[in-house]
Design a protein around this ligand. Structure first.
Ligand SMILES: [Zn+2]
Ligand SMILES: [Zn+2]
Length: 228
């Protein structure tokens, strides 16, 4: 089965629509982006009610900000790892520590703005465990995998054909990074490497980060080798 990939810019980050026999979304962008999301669905010729699942890769504000409104628009099930469901349900906006010199500076800058950011709360309908979720029932040949490191409840959507929607397990956008690579913020950098090794083992071939353009897995293989 062919899966169409539609990229929707929702502020600082992106959301991906995956359309196979069914439609799912990966991530929900910054707050107040539901209008952009709705227009992108229209352009893609997708009825909002065809979106049956929204997988939130993790609980940071730029990934869950419009989850509540997107759920209202589509009626989709909101899925998120159980370790971070409380962030969306309680409008919490933690920041992971920087792991590179620029990451540390940027994290300090972001901290100044965090009190201005309000994420509307929403109930997580499907709290994911460590064994993830098959997407076959949603018409998508792939699965959700627990890939901690950037945050403890980070997940990846991996299609059977190797496309990996990894949230912030990789980054490829200014001002985060100038070129594709590992995240500049992470709660557990060692877990980032372990999660990547698992994804490579499972056949990840093209990386779709939440910030920036897709890139080949070879970039990550090199980054992991030089980090070792
Ligand atoms: Zn993040
Ligand atoms: Zn992010």
């Amino acid at each position: 089965m062919n899966v169409d990939i539609v990229t929707i810019s929702l502020g600082f980050g992106q959301c991906y629509l995956l359309k196979g026999d069914g439609v799912i979304a990966v991530d929900a962008g910054e707050p107040k982006k539901v209008g952009v999301f709705a227009r992108a669905l229209e352009t893609a010729g997708i009825n909002p009610h065809d979106v049956k699942l929204v997988v939130l890769t993790h609980g940071h504000w730029d990934h869950i900000g419009s989850a509540r409104e997107i759920k209202s628009l589509t009626g989709a099930t909101l899925a998120m790892h159980r370790a971070e469901a409380h962030l969306l349900e309680n409008s919490l906006t933690p920041l992971p520590p920087g792991v590179t010199p620029w990451g540390k500076t940027f994290a300090a800058l972001l901290k100044i703005f965090m009190p201005l950011i309000k994420v509307p709360t929403a109930k997580v309908d499907l709290a994911l465990g460590d064994d993830g979720l098959s997407l076959v029932d949603f018409g998508i040949p792939g699965r959700v995998l627990h890939t901690p490191g950037h945050s403890s409840g980070s997940v990846t959507v991996l299609l059977d054909t190797g496309e990996a929607f990894v949230g912030d397990l990789a980054m490829n956008k200014f001002p985060l990074r100038l070129s594709p690579g590992l995240p500049i913020f992470a709660d557990d950098p060692a877990a980032v490497v372990t999660s990547w090794k698992m994804l490579i083992e499972l056949g990840a071939s093209t990386v779709y980060p939440a910030h920036g353009k897709p890139f080949p897995i070879a970039v990550i293989e090199q980054a992991i080798a030089s980090a070792a």
